[in-house]
Design a protein. Sequence first.
Lengths: 394, 361
Amino acid sequence: MSRPSLTRRQLLMRAGAFGAAGLSLPALLGAGAISATSGKASPRTRPASRRPASGGGELYVENWPSYIDPSEDDLVGTVDRFMEATGIDLTYTEAFNDNNEYFALIQPILGRGETIDPDIIVPTGWMAGRLINLGWVDELPLEEIPNAANLRDDLVNPPWDPDGTFSLPWQTGFTGIAYNIDVTERELTSVDDLFDPAFEGKIGMLTEMRDTIGLILLSQGVDVSAISSFDEAAEAFAKLEQVKSDGQIRAFTGNDYLGDLESGNFAACIGWSGDVAQLTVDNPSIRFIIPESGGISWADTMVIPKGAENRTEAAAWMDFVYDPVQAAQLTAWVQYVSPVKGVQEEVAKIDPDLAENPLIFPTEETLAQVHGFANLDEDTEAEFDEAFASIVGA
Amino acid sequence: MTATVVEPDQTQRVRSGRHVERIGLGALLAAGVLVVLLGARVVTGPLAILVSALLFVTIVGFIVIAILGGPEARRQLAPYGLLKPGMLWLALFYLAPLFTLLKQSLSSLPSRFAVEAEFNWSFGNYADALTDFRGQFTRGFQYAGAATILCVVIGYPLAYVIAFRGGRWKNLLLGLVVVPFFTSYLIRTIAWQSLLADNGPIIDWIERAKLTGPMESLGIMDNGRLLDSAWAVIGGLTYNFLPFMILPIYVSLEKINPALVDAAKDLYSPSTRAFRRVVVPLSLPGVFAGTLLTFIPAAGDFINAEYLGNPNTTMIGNSIQDQFLVQSNTPLAAAMSFVLMAIITVAVLVYTKFMGTEELA
């Protein structure tokens, strides 16, 4: 496993650096050049496909960076296995950098009732919920996705999609605290450790509101899965505002926190389990914990944007990745919690150690510690977003 | 008698000349306005076709008049004809977008995820821009100002040495000033991240030289770090805009005849005084151009604050970028852009008043 994992780490760091570049550049510098380096294509333009169509139709999937096993050495990646198995010409891009940013990209198109090019996009659950509420996604052709029956029981009726008819999770994971013990020189256990004055200016937090505010809320004893008004969270926002003003926080980041964590610029940060699970293998100084007060669980979920052309092919893709054998190969590389039942047995065949990793195959104990963030109604969400943007946004 | 015969003829010619000039100017301005109307999409549908037709008439009509008008008329029309491509370019790519931005800044989004902002004279955007982002505006100008001063302090001596002491190495030295431009602005800034990192080489040297204490007490270092601080942002701006300062100063210094300094010395002026009274005044146009070329883009920059700053050192450029591309609040972002433009314009006008542009090389 060490070889693919190393590659993945490098990829992540690169994706982080260039992803962040993509985040801020298009306004001033040549957007085209940056798109090329970050693999961040505009959803309006379809990148050149990898292979000529072989009669099986076409499909265009847009996902987050480093969220799939690539073909390397003697391993055949999921994209290639899928094209081999179905004859469908798949274009797979990694345009997601941040939910809000991606939304800003597709909003002017879907909002006018036009269609975007991707047939499948993979927003995080809450964003999928927003797209569903806005009517900007189509129902899934579930009758063409028999493997959807392999969906983990706890994800069958998620809060963002109560009937489960619009979305199918891609991967799920946990938000917790990642730290570099070389810098902290002690084990961390709680969210309050992030506010230790010794780490002033060496703490990273995520631009994802539900992760950052969620962890603080949990540390204040608020049940994030039942939160319904801004008042309940006001204290958490005040806390975040205060630690930011005090200079405790070095940066609000997306996936690029990994580079800072490894280099020691971050003593500790809020992070995602899969990323850190992988880093830990190569760099034992990097640790990941779910804080005592609890962590956040989330899912990135596949949806079909309204009016997408290739519904049948999209169904074929979903069906393919919901086959436990295929899903296991994906899990072995991305190291997140698979939403597919029966993956653990398949992963055990690939790498028995991995099948015992509690961050990939969570135990009852782990699951009791994590909470999903409540689905906020639109007005409340607007309040949360505004308050968060005023702290985190530039 | 002869004079009375000639005079009406001359006034006739002058009058017809004015007439022709008025046609030229009118056609030029009309074309500009029509292009703005089209470009900013003020007119749409059938009206746009009408306006396009009018635009066509102003251009073709102008040419027809020039052809039929004889050599004298052509001579008078020529300047307007030559101005036309520039005018059309300016109207289409500067005035029309500016007008669109202005309109956007006075609009509001009817709902949270609305795509089209509705124009309704919402001056509230300007109030929000000024109140919610006061800190970022202030920081933006402070950092840009500090970087500009640092650029002068570093750039002037360097330009001086290249211009007066460069000798045969002059071109090579100038080349070295420009060489960093061969690498992307972004890459150069990200490179500073590695150099200034907490476990990076620069911190390492400082620690080995036992300078951590003094650096911390000077406020340049904080809790053992250089990166992600206000000084890192100012340093990045200084580094990135330095060539824009050096080159104009070099050009103005290079034009100074060394004999002038010799003359001052012949008149028993010490070198420092000769420098102060002769070289500095003659190089001021270069400093003026350099400060404008540095300050204006630095004030709107967001790359340095993005990569070398922390959440408490964001500049107004970061806020505008965030509002445009992440929050999708285009009216507010447009208002912020206008406020930024207005402040820069006023600042430059005031500065020009004191420095004067007449001597600008």
